[in-house]
Design a protein around this ligand. Structure first.
Ligand code: NAD
Length: 492
C-alpha cells in the first residue's frame, strides 16, 4: 500500500460516520499511475438498510421544512462547494484521472454553477398552483436513492441531490465504487452547511451490492440512476417489484451531422474537441460524425490532423488535454474496439491500439479517428466511452438522419449548417433528448436526458426539479374556490 493511501471504514449515515460492517474493502486507484489512493468499505445490506432508514426517519421533517429554508441550505452548499473547489478538483484529478483544467472547470466549476442555478430556479418554482377549483401541489417524491457513475462524479451527483433536496426529499447517495472520495467530501460539506442529520446519507459499495440493496429497500421510494444501459435495466426491473419511480440517465451513441452547407472546419474541430473531452468519457460525446460523401475525405483528414495535436499526459499538468481512462478494464475495452474497427475494415487515420509514447503505466490511450465507417461496424453501433471518433459518409439529408437514428440509444446529437432553420428542422427529426446546433454551448438550465434506451426522465432546469416531485390535487368546494374567477362559478 502506498504511504498516502487512506483507509475508510465508515459510511455517512444520519449525520455522522457510522462504522460499516463490511468485511471486504474496495481499492480506489489513481488511474494515472495505478497507485493505491484509498481503501473504502464494500457497503453491505446492513449499511444500505441503516442509511435508508435514516433517510426515511428524516423525510417528514425535511418535507415540512419551508421551501425558503431548503433554498437557503442549497445557497450555503453552493458557497461552501465554491470555497472547497480546489480540494474537490484535486480529489477528482486523483480518482477520475481528469485533466486538472477539466476537473476545475467542467467538473467542479459547473457543479457549483448548477447548485446555484437550482437555488434560483426553486425560488420561482410553482410548488402549488390553481387549476379550476383544484389546488395542484408538488410534493416530495419521498426517499431517493441517487446512484451515480465515475466520469463526472460531483456534477452528476449534485444534478440529482440538489433538486431532490429542494423538492423536500431525503437522499441516500451511492457513488461509483471507482470514485467514492469526492462523495466523502460532499458528505462533510453538507454537514458544514447545517443539513439536518439523515437528510443526506452516503453508502459506498458496488452496484450489485449496496446499490441493488438500496434499490430493493422498502424505505426507498424513488431511484435516480446515471450509468450504463446494463445497470439501468437491472435497476428498472428491481424497482418494478414495488412499482417504484425510476429516473434513468443512461448511455449514448451520439451523432453529429455536418450538412452540405456547413462550415466543415468549425464542425470537425468542435467534434474532435468534444471527442477528447474528459478523455472521451462523456455520455454526450458525438462518437459518430456524419459527413456528405463528397466531403468525407476532407473532413477525415482534418479530424486526423487535429486529433494528433491533443496532448495525452499527466492529468496534474495544466497543459494536458487527455488524462488516462478510468481503469485497466476501460483501457482494454477501448483498445478492443480499436482493434475491432481495424479488423472490420474501417480506416485508421489517427491514434491506434498502442499506448501513447512514454505512457505504459497508467490507463492511457491515444485519441483515435476512423474514417469510412459503415453502419454495420461494431464501432458505429456500440458505446465505446473513450476518445474514438467514427467518420461516416452519407448520400443525402434523409440518409444522414436515418443513420443518426439507427441506434438503440437516443441521448444527444449535433447539427452543423449555414442555415439555422435547416439545422433546426434536422434537429427535430433526430430521436434524442438534446441537440446542439452549430456548437451551441451546454446550458445548465436546459433539460437533459435521453429517449429510447438512453433513459427515462430529465435532469437540469425546471424538469430536473419536477422529476423529484409527486403531484397531488386538492378539489376545493366551489364556495372556497369561487373567488379565483368566473370560470369556477360556471362549473358549479
Ligand atoms: P455503471 O452502470 O457501471 O455504474 C453506474 C452506477 O450504477 C455505479 O454507482 C454502479 O455501482 C451502479 N450500479 C451498477 N449496477 C447496479 C445495479 N444492478 N444496481 C444498482 N446500482 C448499480 O456505469 P459507469 O461505468 O459508472 O458509467 C458509464 C456509463 O454511464 C456510460 O454508459 C455513460 O454513457 C453513462 N452516463 C450517462 C450519463 C447521462 O446523463 N445520460 C452521464 C454520465 C454517464
Amino acid at each position: 500500500m502506498g504511504r498516502s493511501a487512506q483507509v475508510f471504514t465508515a459510511q455517512w449515515i444520519d449525520g455522522d460516520w457510522r462504522p460499516s460492517d463490511a468485511v471486504d474493502g474496495i481499492d480506489v486507484l489513481d488511474p494515472s499511475d495505478e497507485s493505491l489512493l484509498a481503501v473504502v468499505p464494500a457497503g453491505t445490506l446492513d449499511d444500505a438498510r441503516r442509511a435508508a432508514e435514516a433517510a426515511r426517519a428524516a423525510q417528514p421533517r425535511w418535507a415540512a421544512t419551508p421551501v425558503k429554508d431548503r433554498i437557503a441550505f442549497v445557497e450555503r452548499l453552493a458557497r461552501r462547494l465554491s470555497e472547497r473547489a480546489g480540494e474537490l478538483a484535486e480529489v477528482i484529478v486523483s480518482e477520475v484521472g481528469a485533466p486538472v483544467t477539466v476537473a476545475r472547470q467542467a467538473q467542479v466549476g459547473l457543479a457549483v454553477a448548477m447548485t446555484e442555478s437550482f437555488a434560483e430556479l426553486a425560488t420561482g418554482f410553482a410548488f402549488e398552483r390553481r387549476a379550476g377549483n383544484s389546488l395542484v401541489l408538488r410534493e416530495p417524491a419521498g426517499v431517493v436513492a441517487a446512484i451515480t457513475p465515475w466520469n463526472v462524479p460531483l456534477l452528476l451527483t449534485l444534478q440529482k441531490v440538489v433538486p431532490a433536496l429542494l423538492a423536500g426529499c431525503a437522499v441516500v447517495h451511492k457513488p461509483s465504487e471507482l470514485t467514492p472520495l469526492n462523495a466523502y467530501l460532499l458528505a462533510e460539506i453538507t454537514a458544514e452547511c447545517g443539513l439536518p442529520p439523515g437528510v443526506f446519507n452516503v453508502v459506498v459499495g458496488t452496484g450489485e451490492g449496496a446499490g441493488a440493496d438500496l434499490v430493493r429497500s422498502p424505505d426507498v421510494d424513488m431511484v435516480s440512476l446515471t450509468g450504463s444501459v446494463r445497470a439501468g435495466r437491472q435497476v428498472a426491473s428491481m424497482a418494478a417489484r414495488r412499482v417504484k419511480r425510476v429516473h434513468l440517465e443512461l448511455g449514448g451513441k451520439n451523432a453529429g451531422i455536418l450538412l452540405d452547407d456547413a462550415d466543415l472546419r468549425l464542425g470537425v474541430a468542435a467534434t474532435v474537441d468534444q471527442m477528447c473531452f474528459n478523455t472521451g468519457q462523456a455520455c454526450l460525446q458525438w462518437s459518430r460524425l456524419l459527413v456528405p460523401a463528397d466531403r468525407h475525405d476532407e473532413a477525415a483528414e482534418l479530424a486526423a490532423g487535429l486529433a494528433g495535436r491533443y496532448r495525452v499526459g499527466d492529468p496534474r499538468d495544466p497543459d494536458t488535454d487527455l488524462g488516462p481512462l478510468i481503469s485497466d478494464q476501460a483501457r482494454e475495452r477501448v483498445r478492443g474496439y480499436i482493434a475491432t474497427g481495424v479488423a472490420e475494415g474501417a480506416t485508421l487515420l489517427a491514434g491506434g491500439e498502442e499506448a501513447p509514447e512514454g505512457r505504459e503505466r497508467g490507463y492511457y490511450v491515444r485519441p483515435t479517428v476512423f474514417s469510412e465507417v459503415r453502419e454495420t461496424m461494431t464501432i458505429a453501433k456500440e458505446e465505446i466511452f473513450g476518445p474514438v471518433l467514427s467518420i461516416m459518409p452519407y448520400r443525402d439529408e434523409d440518409e444522414a438522419i436515418e443513420i443518426a437514428n439507427n441506434t438503440p440509444y437516443g441521448l444527444h446529437g449535433a447539427v452543423w449548417s449555414a442555415d439555422i432553420g435547416r439545422a433546426r428542422h434536422v434537429a427535430t427529426r433526430m430521436r434524442v433528448g438534446q441537440v446542439d446546433i452549430n456548437g451551441g454551448p451546454f446550458n445548465i438550465l436546459a433539460p437533459f436526458g435521453g429517449v429510447k434506451q438512453s433513459g427515462i426522465g430529465r435532469e437540469c432546469g425546471v424538469e430536473g426539479l419536477e422529476e423529484f416531485c409527486e403531484t397531488k390535487s386538492l378539489q376545493l368546494p366551489v364556495d372556497v374556490a369561487a373567488p379565483v374567477g368566473p370560470r369556477l362559478r360556471a362549473h358549479a
